[in-house]
Design a protein around this ligand. Structure first.
Ligand SMILES: NC(=O)c1ccc[n+]([C@@H]2O[C@H](COP(=O)([O-])OP(=O)(O)OC[C@H]3O[C@@H](n4cnc5c(N)ncnc54)[C@H](OP(=O)(O)O)[C@@H]3O)[C@@H](O)[C@H]2O)c1
Length: 254
């Protein structure tokens, strides 16, 4: 069960719908988890207190991905508390629904916010934690970065044009970083289709049903299935880097 026992994972956006499932999955696999938050300090602290015990304490730490100075503080704190970081999951992300035909609705402020959070953010987190991720390990294992992308990267269907473009950039960056950081750090994207988070559950049921009906497996992704892909990629796909792993029920096939 505890395939990742003794390892330390930082999850940005750790208290969000998908991030929470990833934190739970990594803790169940034996990791000490740093639940990274931006505005959700209370939920992040509560989650860290609830995660499966693994020996080392889980913690919640501020991880605002658009603030590189704060990410440097995060890396220092992880170094001081744990002396290591084996896994970084870049799960923080932002978007807002704007119809693709509404170019004026996608204003520069929103574009900058999406690109700074979804593209610059994961890069900045990797940059800050690289010395810890690349540190040699006794068993020869690599550090691992998992970027949470989206099917929107390839389908160009999603909450707005810039969100789709930001996830395409994430997948492209996954490949560049995998090449640049080998052989010490593996870098992967996990690319979910629409996931049945509390936010998505709160949306028009007719819209959700339509999304499910357009998916060959006839349902949405469960956050736990995204988490299982992350844990599998980290623990078992040990000769895989630069790959985009879909968790989308076959949606691009329909
Ligand atoms: N839900 C889906 O259907 C779906 C499908 C494909 C891909 N994804 C991707 O999965 C990831 C998680 O999405 P979700 O559905 O779980 O969304 P969510 O519940 O809205 O969570 C978003 C998370 O991102 C964090 N965040 C936003 N801006 C941030 C910033 N500047 N710095 C640090 N953290 C920031 C938030 O942290 P705070 O709450 O602490 O502010 C929150 O934890 C995103 O990258 C998203 O694009 C989602």
């Amino acid at each position: 069960m505890h395939v990742l026992q003794g390892q330390v994972a930082v999850v940005t956006g750790g208290a969000g719908g998908i991030g929470e499932a990833i934190c739970r999955g990594l803790a169940q696999a034996g990791c000490a988890v740093v639940v990274g938050y931006n505005s959700s300090e209370g939920p992040a602290l509560a989650l860290a207190a609830q995660l499966a015990p693994v020996g080392l304490a889980h913690t919640a730490l501020k991880a605002p991905v658009t603030d590189s100075a704060a990410l440097a503080v995060l890396a220092d704190t992880v170094q001081q508390r744990y002396g290591r970081c084996d896994i970084l999951v870049n799960c923080a992300g932002t978007t807002r629904f704007v119809a693709h035909s509404d170019l004026d609705g996608l204003d520069d402020t929103l574009i900058d916010q999406i690109l700074a959070t979804n593209v610059r953010g994961p890069f900045a987190a990797v940059r800050a934690l690289k010395p810890l991720l690349a540190a040699p390990r006794a068993d020869g294992a690599t550090g691992v970065v998992v970027n949470i992308s989206s099917i929107a990267a390839v389908s160009a269907m999603g909450s707005n044009i810039m969100y789709c473009a930001s996830k395409a950039a994430v997948d492209n960056m996954t490949k560049s970083l995998a090449r640049a950081l080998a052989p010490h750090i593996r870098v992967l994207s996990v690319s979910p289709g629409l996931a049945d988070t509390e936010f998505v559950k709160s949306m028009d049921p007719a819209w959700r049903d339509e999304q499910a009906s357009r998916t060959p497996l006839k349902r949405l992704a469960m956050p736990e299935e995204v988490a299982a892909a992350v844990v599998t990629a980290v623990a078992h796909l040990t000769f895989t880097t630069g790959a985009i792993i879909p968790v989308d029920g076959g949606r691009p096939l329909a």
